[in-house]
Design a protein around this ligand. Sequence first.
Ligand code: ADP
Length: 555
Amino acid sequence: MKKRILLFSLIITIAGIVLITLLYTGIFWQSRVADSERYLEIYSSVAEAELAESGVSQERVEAVSARLDGARVTVTDENAVILADSAGEHLIGQSRADRSEFAAAMESGEGSVTRESATLGTDMLYYCRALEVGGETCLLRVGVAMDSVFAVLGDALPTVVLCLALDILCCLLFSWIATGAVLRPVEALTREAALSGGRQVHTKYKELQPVAKMMNEMTAEIEDKVRRMREDRRLETLVLDSMEHGIVIFRDAEDVILINRTASRFLDYDAQGSLTAFAADAEVAAVLAAQEAATLYRERDGRDFSLRFTFNESICVLLITDVTESMAAARSKNEFIANVTHEMNTPLTSIRGFAELMAAGSLPPERAQHAAKTIIKQSDRLANLVKSIINFSQIDSDELPDEDVNLSELVREAASVFEPKLQKRSISFTLDVAENVKVRSRRERLFEIVNNLISNGVRYNRDGGTLAVTLTGGEEPVFTVRDTGIGIAEEDKERIFDRFYTVDKSHGGGGGGFGLGLAIVKKLCKRAGWVLSVESKLGEGTVFSVRFVRRERKA
Ligand code: ADP
């Protein structure tokens, strides 16, 4: 900027000086011509007087020229033919009608011109006028050497150049000092702004205060924007890191644009700093090479993950989702359907078998009653299965409001139903129920629990064994069914609560259940927040208990 200012002022100075020099040279030259013309008029008057007195001759003309300080004197006749010329006798008789000063004099009586003399070879100022000498009309021309305007300029040139050099020097010096003085505060302000690190900048110069103010405002604005961007970035990272899905956006294994904590952990990204190991996996490499949306499944630390790849131009977005639960649910659904089909198949086969025999007329009459009883029994079993399945699946959608249920009465009622069976199998039964125990739930749900546990206590008991049913009162009532039956092996303890799980498969088609009872009990307890527990020793007996933990539940 400094250099530009200097150059600019230099050009203006030089142009100014050159212009002024030319202008003044012109004016000076014009004034010299005017002066010389006045002199020549006086000279011509003197010459006229001299010649009028002595007549025109070469000697007289030369004498007059000498008197006029060597001015050239030429006398011609009225047609501009030289009669005498102080420049030399040899010119006599030559015509000067083509010279503009003579032409003007012939036309209007006088004329003057500045031009180079063809005779003398120098620049001359001529003044010419008509006069009467001895009754004859003559033309008298007086001329003095006169520098041309260029010669004048040439004379002045060394001085002009010197002045110009001095002027340039002064101009440079002044401009240097002036621009320095002007730019120094600006430079100081710029330096301060650069080193301020976001602090406010100040200047003592009034003219620069608006600039400083603007800089401070801009700095504040930029800082605000940067702060907001940082905050946005922090929130973005927070959101991404708190996502249970893993997300990675990358161009290639070495160029990862974004990766959140879950993905980083899954892909060991922090340890490696790149996705090279992951991209080396044959299936992953194939997906990345094809650049087409695809889903892969991987198992890690006992959990299942889906890896969904989508591509947008050259960018790949990878979404890692823990699908353990959904896969387990899908598996469980398939198992459930297979189990239901299996459980239905047994009674249906039996019913169909007898029906086919009847239809073919090949069933002996003595077996008809047995067949009918079997069909009824298997139909009941089918109906029970369907009822159990409906019961089980309805638990999730059961949104009926809770009420105070008298559990003491309910337990007594449920137990009484089993008395015939207990007697039949000589099982000694004890019932110890606290009075008026109330539980907040639905009667049908509590009945399912109590009925299933007592039923199992009877079913998996031994003939001649014992069965004790107790219900304690208090803040958290506990319902217990203790039997001295077949007991449950350690490895089966967890699984007996699974749907359709039965320890002894042989009883499935007979009088045993479908393996849904405990699954229903567990589901009901879980929903209500009650604690279901089992203690058992194989061959000795089992204790099931439900602790009715009180808690606020949504109606
Ligand atoms: P099921 O209708 O077959 O009884 P449950 O879900 O009620 O179905 O029980 C699942 C399995 O748990 C039973 O098949 C049985 O093997 C075992 N079981 C349940 N209760 C007892 C018990 N009191 N004593 C021994 N085994 C039991």
